[in-house]
Write a protein that binds this ligand. Sequence first.
Ligand SMILES: Cc1ncc(C[n+]2csc(CCOP(=O)(O)OP(=O)(O)O)c2C)c(N)n1
Ligand SMILES: [Mg+2]
Length: 437
Amino acid sequence: MLQRSILRLLRSGISQTNHSRSKALPVLANAKCYATFESDKPNFPGSRSEFVSKPEFLDPDSVEGIPVYRALNHDGTFIDESQDPKLDEATVIKMYKDMTLLNTMDRVLYDSQRQGRISFYMTNYGEEGAHIGSAAALDPGDLIFGQYREAGVLMWRGFPLQQFMNQCYGNDKDWGKGRQMPVHYGSKEHNFVTISSTLATQMPQAAGSAYAYKMKQNGLCVVCYFGEGAASEGDAHAAFNFAGVLNCPVIFFCRNNGYAISTPTKDQYRGDGIASRASGYGMPTIRVDGNDVFAVYNATKLSREICVSQFRPVLIEAMTYRIGHHSTSDDSSAYRSVDEVSHWDQSDNPITRLRNYMVNQSWWDEEKEKQWKLDSRKMVMKAFAGAESEKRGRPESLFEDVYDEMPPHIAQQMEEMKAHVKMYKEHYPLEHYKPMS
Ligand SMILES: Cc1ncc(C[n+]2csc(CCOP(=O)(O)OP(=O)(O)O)c2C)c(N)n1
Ligand SMILES: [Mg+2]
């Protein structure tokens, strides 16, 4: 029966195809891409190249590397004044405060994990310029898909410090109800899709969402962050190709931080980074100094314009360096030297570069720095104490929200769990949880 319907479907598909082909052919013959049937020009569908009479290899090793766009010198002056985005004082100070607050939050949460207070954490050290520079250039309505190391983007959008802490503690006040690992943030209010750290799964989703935005013509774009390691996943290819072919307004923002856990870039790819792949997918691309917050800002702003006005995907490759360990499950001294890390930390730090710019503008000084260090630490410690004092959710909430209405088999499992926990309550730390009903 099923076979017969499949056959019927196939037949109708075939006859439809034949029908449309016979109708479409004369039109296609006149179309531009089929117009020149000169024997000395290649007419292969899907290519726009010329014939050559000698075998020529395109050797990527003999091509210059894609240049890195940089706007700000280390001393905080512009290399070319025309690249000054001329952001006002309040905006630049917010950029600086968010970048440094992120650092302080990272320190406190990293230490919390070391002390056994939370199960896991990932720091963002070294990548603050890439987060804040890109986030500041977007429309708050643009939809963001992150990988996991983009807390600065959420911070720029106003995700509360208390929520970062609640999520990492998985307490009752966490918007995700404690059902995700730490750092798997998400917020509908901030147009930030919940993190799923299975690498690259967010990438085809971002392309699909961008396609929906194109259909909707809402003037917004989608931004998809990913690491250079994640770019080796098959999903990255699917996302780039769909976005290219379907002209989806998505910015693929690669944070090339030199490592994918212990895998350095030299073992990750053979070509010229990630940007070099863009032309194969028909995407415009730019490689940018990810430690230069203004270069990232300018590059993202321009990319957004291309995306939204031309309905095209753009690939940004932000060159940066992961100063922290990959996560609290990693010890990076096993695969890289302390000297290498301190070189990047001290000589190419995005925060120092921005601070130099602010000091040059007379917007910042030692006194303000001292005060901000005190204030920001206080804010972080207050949120930390708040999250720690909060209980975890009711154990049975584990079973809720999967279905709109709880089906009987889930309800039965929930009752079994409740009966079990009640019977063996001395084995469970129930004092840390909201009471079960
Ligand atoms: C599909 C899949 N494979 C492997 C992993 C394990 N894993 C987690 S993070 C990571 C490295 C990713 O590196 P990169 O994309 O460069 O991001 P970074 O951590 O440097 O920010 C790996 C291999 C995973 N989460 N998902
Ligand atoms: Mg990486």
